[in-house]
Design a protein around this ligand. Structure first.
Ligand code: PHE
Length: 338
């Protein structure tokens, strides 16, 4: 009797569907009961042989069973799929995702290190504007009116007003610090500077300097030397060799340049050090009395020393690069190594 078979199938299905606990078993269930030749359809096919007066009852029972099974099947499939997905999300055997991190530019790394060392020695940090007036960039620093640095070849002048320039060094900040600080002064002044120069492996038109200034009573050249050597040993290691070479700057007297033994050839002489065995890293000297006066300080009572490092140059020494342009080409393959 077909009604008994429907009841029977209902029970079988209820039992079998209760046993389905993964997608594989669900597929087996579908193939057994729900496909065209499956057990459900076999019962439906028998409807045509059912006596006329029983047909509505049998048809109704079949429909109830069919839609119940389909509904259960669909729900179960959704549950099992969700379960499979969420468990695949925590597949511990998958390799981790790499995160890409930015990094501090090598020139800024050098700057930070230099600031840190000078800060340990009691220097505070001051800053000044990139666009300077002629007074701060030249006159107050004792540049005579016909000094070659004022030439168009060396300096970027603003079109208007024409007394403004892109600062050619950080020394103008010395004057601003003297004008605005209490004595004694012990400050470093990092910043970007500009020169109308042909770009080459050793020179850029835009680069970084760090200026240092110490003004107090009885400041001596010996203090300048010991400060710079103490700094340079911490920066480059105890075993580096240094020398001071007499030099000239309008704003210091006497003036000197600090050289470090060449890191490439160890002092034997090579292309980088132009076969001298030495590399120039800083200009320095005792602050010229005229400069102290420009800053509003009485040179009969106070004296001071000043120095200026090229930060890019120091970065080359630190990293062993032999072309300054590599620092600014933004080639990640190079920056990553530094
Ligand atoms: N301003 C000088 C330069 O740009 C460096 C310097 C600074 C020299 C302070 C002496 C004292 O070359």
């Amino acid at each position: 009797m077909i009604l008994d078979d429907i009841k029977q199938l209902n029970e079988t299905i209820a039992k079998r569907i209760g046993e389905v606990n993964d997608l594989q078993k669900l597929e087996e269930f579908r193939l057994e009961f729900l496909v065209k030749k499956g057990k459900m359809q076999q019962l439906v096919d028998r409807l045509k042989d059912v006596e006329k007066e029983l047909k509505p009852v049998v048809g109704k029972e079949l429909n109830i069973l069919k839609s119940k099974v389909e509904k259960q099947f669909n729900e179960l499939r959704e549950n099992l799929q969700n379960k499979a997905e969420s468990s695949s999300n925590i597949d511990l055997t998958l390799p981790g995702r790499r995160s890409f991190k930015g990094a501090v530019h090598p020139v800024m790394q050098t700057l930070n290190k230099m600031v840190e060392i000078f800060a340990d020695m009691g220097f505070s940090v001051a800053e000044g504007p990139d666009i300077e007036d002629g007074f701060h960039n030249f006159d107050s620093l004792n540049f005579p009116p016909d000094h070659p640095a004022r030439d168009m070849q060396d300096t970027f002048f603003m079109k208007s007003p024409d007394e403004l320039v892109l600062r050619t060094h950080t020394s103008p900040v010395q004057i601003r610090v003297m004008q605005n600080s209490e004595l004694p002064i012990r400050a470093i002044m990092p910043g970007r500077v500009y020169r109308n120069e042909a770009i080459s492996a050793r020179a850029l038109a835009e680069f970084y300097q760090i200026e240092g200034l110490y003004v107090d009573k009885n400041v001596t050249l010996a203090e300048l030397k010991s400060t710079l050597i103490t700094f340079a040993k911490r920066m480059y290691g105890e075993n580096s060799a240094f020398r001071f070479r007499p030099s000239f700057f309008p704003f210091t007297e006497p003036s000197a340049e600090l050289d470090i033994s060449c890191y490439i050839c160890g002092g034997k002489g090579c292309r980088i050090c132009k076969h001298t065995g030495w590399l120039e890293i800083a200009g320095c000297g005792m602050v010229h009395p005229n400069v102290l006066r420009s800053g509003g300080i009485d040179p009969d009572i106070y004296s001071g020393y000043a120095f200026g490092f090229g930060i890019d140059r120091v970065t080359l020494l630190r990293t062993g690069l032999d072309d300054i342009r590599l620092l600014y080409e933004n080639d990640v393959r190079i920056l990553k190594q530094l």
